[in-house]
Design a protein around this ligand. Sequence first.
Ligand code: KIV
Ligand code: NA
Length: 265
Amino acid sequence: TKKITTQKFIELKKQGEKITMLTAYDYTTASIIDQAGIEGILVGDSASNVMAGNSTTLPITVDEMIYHARCVVNGVKRALVVCDMPFGSYQIGKEDALRNAIRIMKETGADALKLEGGEEILPTIKGLIAAGIPVMGHLGLTPQSVHQFGGYGLRAKQEEEANKLLQDAKLLADAGCFAIVLEKIPALLAECVSKSIDCPTIGIGAGNATDGQILVSADMLGLTQGFRPKFLRQYANLSEIMTDAIGSYILDTKEGTFPSAAESY
Ligand code: KIV
Ligand code: NA
């Protein structure tokens, strides 16, 4: 199996082939997703919600992201592994961001990092790229800024914010980002951005015209309960499958039919 590179992402856009990504936070899930043939796996700071049960992504730490990313890297042979830089690890300054970025790259074996924001963090992104670290951008709904937005609603509905997003996308592309996540923005804006830059766009809640798609694996597999935004297509109902399996185990044990003679030593 040939490893997917950031260059491959750029080639796929050139060839007009859609790029597929999912999140993972652990070895076992990452192994399954990788073997299924995905191009990219994001160790998202959504681990804060999905793995730790926090209501935002803000609390997760660099140490915790390093743990998750190392687990994922251990399970992946082919996919590109991108790790989110968590809130607080790149906002203080260029040098501090580079120190944290180098730590994550060294201690995890991830292939690239993702940071939320545009022009505000451009010098930081350029610093990482200058150090040889591939960077994925993230525009639109950037969950680390939830307290500033006041919620998780659709972004860039108005012309002013839409224009800034397009401008930010061009800046990130010119700075050398190998891809940009576009989260929860109008499909028409995402299409305009995707056509305006050579850099691949990876959409989530951004319509059908982006160069690729990403979903939180636990959401699309139906593991997480109660999160049903309209952009989310649920491909399986793993929570139901797990509940049924656990119910059967409880019943068999209570009835004394588990373990059987064949399952005993
Ligand atoms: O943390 C995450 O899962 C993400 C994706 C939704 C893009 O940033
Ligand atoms: Na994230």
